[in-house]
Design a protein around this ligand. Structure first.
Ligand code: C2E
Ligand code: MG
Ligand code: MG
Length: 582
């Protein structure tokens, strides 16, 4: 070898000698031919008998799969494995400092020889695990649909923001809890996918409207947090609010912007929202309490009709506790006989404001609560559905109504109401034995099936196949079906023909505006026309004035129901009313 070659050879040896990776040349059976010092350093702690004769033997306890890999290795392949992780657990480690994870590469040099490359991968693995842990932690606090913080994330951010010392400027901050008024209807009628898209658009609109400069003049607010805290619920934290009044202005503007239509494919979706607001100044608050209080105020805004906001007051929390108490009271209400039926006459509309009062009655349930007095169905039907009591309540209402109806017929003869309407709730419609129960009650009371009209809300009727089948089974019993509160849901006139109903009840909100809003009048007229063309009757709900009665009659409504004729009254009062009036 020449001097030059000598020196190049020496450099190469030095290079291999100092290389920070372990290099091992071995035979096909694992016998080690050559290895550099790093290889000795990394492998020695793994060797059970303290020598490094055969790599496969050394690694066997840690990577039993290795031998199999080599045995199945095809001659044409060059690479046997690459970056294979070999974990050395605490008990196997000779020294606490020795690597916990090695990374192994094995490749073929020629027909008989292999080359192994081993590296200490401990730090790499620790880094990976940390990254993964932090990703997992942030994923657990992030809503995947909107990429906004979720409830857990919101609570964490809220507590850091509200607990830190506030500047002595006297500024307020406010937590807004925002909820769709009828999100379920969107999901039920247009499907969950459209529902999800609406959620995403709402999240975007929240962000753009809060983060842009579109705030009332004079406010220095900064939004520090927008989060999706529930399926259809969002929370917003406004910081640096100079006056309480600014919060209301922002909330009003926000609700107005959110209620502008959303376009999804060919659907134009309009939804309204309710918001609850907690305004706070310097004192520290618990994040959970803040969110709960804002949600309580939101529920009040929603109960007041939705599409509005309410600012939290302490009294609201006490009222909410009372509402919670209703659920446990309701369990006893049935056995204590606290539920009873009222009936509201449904009249046939005739010319010149005249009516035929015997067209029918609608049964409307009431609860005589021992402490709270009379509680209306809007307050407790939802609770009854949630706690599984609706089946029993619905049966009682139907049973009693049928009995009363049959008795009126016996006592009043031709003056008796000709049709009995009874409401069915969402949960009742999904009960498998609903038809059996209805037919048993009809039989027991002697009620003729075609004199009974079961009412379902529009949003329910438009639901999936199961509901449709249930409706058809009910029809097969001979009972009539009515679509209640028409106009408030998302099913349109064009899908009315798909529903097996006999009567459409036009929602009170339309009737109230009949006579003052041309738009609502046109809607009533169109509904009546379509319903007629499908052979359905129409009932105008909530007629309070002669003017409304005249308008709906002129539009062609067959029947009407409302305070103008009678409020809901007891069964005895119905008898009296009919004997006097007819
Ligand atoms: P609905 O079936 O649409 O009943 C009509 C509601 O409008 C009744 O309220 C009635 O009192 C009210 N109403 C009628 N005329 C007028 C009017 O001229 N002006 C105003 N402001 N309101 C009028 P109520 O009794 O509070 O019932 C509310 C809803 O609760 C019902 O709406 C129905 O969906 C549900 N509901 C009532 N009873 C039952 C029941 O036994 N079972 C089920 N599942 N739901 C029921
Ligand atoms: Mg009804
Ligand atoms: Mg109604």
């Amino acid at each position: 070898m020449s001097g030059e070659q000598d020196s190049a050879y020496e450099s190469l040896v030095q290079f291999l000698y100092r290389a920070p990776v372990a290099l091992i040349q071995l035979q096909k059976d694992g016998s080690i031919e050559m290895l550099n010092p790093m290889a000795a350093q990394l492998l020695m702690p793994l060797s059970a008998d303290g020598d490094l004769v055969n790599l496969f033997q050394v690694l066997q306890p840690y990577a039993p799969v290795l031998l199999r890999l080599c045995a199945n290795f095809k001659p044409e392949q060059g690479l046997i494995c690459e970056g294979m992780r070999i974990a050395v657990n605490e008990h196997q480690r000779q020294h606490p400092e020795s690597p916990a994870v090695l990374s192994l590469g094995l490749l073929k040099v020629d027909g008989n020889r292999l080359m192994a490359i081993v590296m200490d991968a401990t730090h790499e693995v620790v880094r990976e695990q940390r990254l993964l842990a932090s990703r997992l932690a942030s994923a657990a606090k992030l809503d995947t649909l909107t990429q906004l913080p979720n409830r857990a994330g919101a609570l964490e951010l809220l507590s850091t923001m509200t607990q830190r010392a506030r500047a002595p400027s006297g500024d307020y901050c406010a937590v807004l809890f925002i909820n769709f008024d009828r999100f379920k209807q969107i999901n039920d009628t247009l499907g969950n996918e459209v529902g999800d898209q609406v959620i995403v658009l709402v999240a975007e609109r929240l962000s753009t409207n809060l983060r842009s400069s579109s705030r009332p003049p004079g406010s220095r607010t900064s939004t520090e947090l927008i989060a999706r805290v529930g399926g259809d619920e969002f929370a917003v934290l406004l910081d640096g609010v100079t006056e309480r009044g600014v919060v209301s202005a922002i909330a009003a503007r926000l609700l107005e912007r959110l209620s502008k239509p959303y376009m999804i494919g060919s659907h134009e979706i309009t939804c309204t929202f309710s918001a609850g607001i907690v305004v706070l100044n310097s004192e520290a608050h618990d994040a959970d309490d803040l969110l709960r209080d804002a949600a309580i105020a939101m529920a009040i805004a929603k109960a007041a009709g939705g599409d509005r906001f309410a600012i939290f007051r302490q009294q609201m929390r006490e009222d909410a506790l009372l509402r919670g108490g209703l659920e446990s009271d309701l369990r006893y209400a049935i056995e204590r006989g606290e539920l009873y039926n009222l009936y509201q006459p449904v009249v046939r509309l005739l010319a010149d404001g005249k009516v035929d009062p015997t067209a029918g009655v609608e049964a409307l349930v009431r609860w005589q609560h021992p402490v709270r007095g009379v509680v209306g169905p809007v307050e407790f039907i939802g609770i009854a559905e949630d706690c599984g009591l609706i089946g029993a309540i619905g049966e009682k209402v139907l049973e009693r109504a049928c009995r009363d109806f049959v008795r009126w017929k016996q006592r009043l003869g031709a003056r008796a109401p000709r049709l009995l309407a009874v409401n069915l709730s969402r949960a009742q419609l999904s009960q498998d034995d609903l038809c059996d129960k209805v037919s048993a009650i009809l039989a027991a009371s002697g009620m003729e099936p075609d004199k009974l009209q079961l009412e379902i809300t529009e949003s329910l009727a438009a639901q999936g196949k199961d509901i449709q089948e249930q409706l058809l089974r009910l029809k097969a019993l001979g009972v009539k079906l009515a679509l209640d509160d028409f106009g408030t849901g998302y099913s349109s006139l064009s899908s009315l023909h798909l529903l097996p109903v006999d009567t459409v009840k036009i929602d009170r909100s339309f009737v109230t505006l009949a006579g003052t809003s041309r738009h609502h009048e046109v809607l009533i007229e169109a509904t009546v026309k379509v319903a007629r063309s499908l052979g359905m009757n129409t009932v105008a709900e909530g007629i309070e004035t002669q003017q409304q009665a005249a308008v709906v009659y002129a539009q062609g409504c067959d029947k009407g129901q409302g305070y103008l004729y009678s409020r809901p009254i007891t069964g005895e009062a119905i008898e009296e009313w009919l004997s006097n009036i007819a």
